[in-house]
Every structure is written in structure tokens, then in C-alpha cells.
Design a protein around this ligand. Structure first.
Ligand SMILES: [Zn+2]
Length: 102
């Protein structure tokens, strides 16, 4: 039996923009994972709980769509996009990651 995988096809990527008054500032932008890869983005986080994510499904077979999953099971348990959260039957409330990517 294949284990059910958590697959999120959207994530946030860290971008930089010019700040008023000079210099750059970082900001996060929601993006499709495949688009982010083709744009050479390197910093990713979950768009819902801001937790760390693992990038999966790239450089593999043709027709495979890249996606991300939570690095920490604790994030998946309380993220609105998390597989464990969706499967939970205790009526729990979602909450942001306790180890968010800043
Ligand atoms: Zn999340």
C-alpha cells in the first residue's frame, strides 16, 4: 500500500524588492511550485503556516509535477493545508508553525 503523501502545489517564495529610501527588503510571495522552480527561486515556505517545506518531485519523470510538503510533522498537524490536519477528526483549530521561516 502506497503511503498517502502530502502534496502542496503552491508555496511562498522569498523575493527582494527595492525599498523606499534605498536598499532592498525581502518579502514573501505565493507561487505555484513549478513556476517558482522555473524562476530559480530558492527560498520556500508554506503559504498557510509559514513552516519549512521540502521540495519534491523535481528532476524526475516527465509529467511529474513538483510540489512541497511540510518538513515538520507538527506543522502538518496544524496547518490548514497539512495532510495530518485534514485527517484529524478532533475539530482542532489551525495555527501557524512554531518554527516559521522568517
Ligand atoms: Zn503549512
Amino acid at each position: 500500500m502506497a503511503a498517502e503523501r502530502e502534496k502542496m502545489f503552491e508555496c511562498e517564495v522569498r523575493r527582494r524588492r527595492v525599498k523606499a529610501g534605498g536598499g532592498y527588503e525581502a518579502f514573501w510571495k505565493v507561487k505555484n511550485v513549478a513556476v517558482a522552480l522555473s524562476d530559480s527561486d530558492t527560498d520556500f515556505r508554506c503559504k498557510d503556516c509559514f513552516g519549512q517545506v521540502k521540495l519534491l518531485g523535481r528532476n524526475s519523470k516527465v509529467g511529474t509535477v513538483p510540489y512541497v510538503e511540510h518538513k515538520l510533522p507538527a506543522d502538518s498537524e496544524f496547518c490548514p493545508s497539512g495532510l495530518l490536519f485534514k485527517k484529524a477528526t478532533d475539530g482542532r483549530e489551525p495555527k501557524p508553525s512554531s518554527h516559521p521561516v522568517e
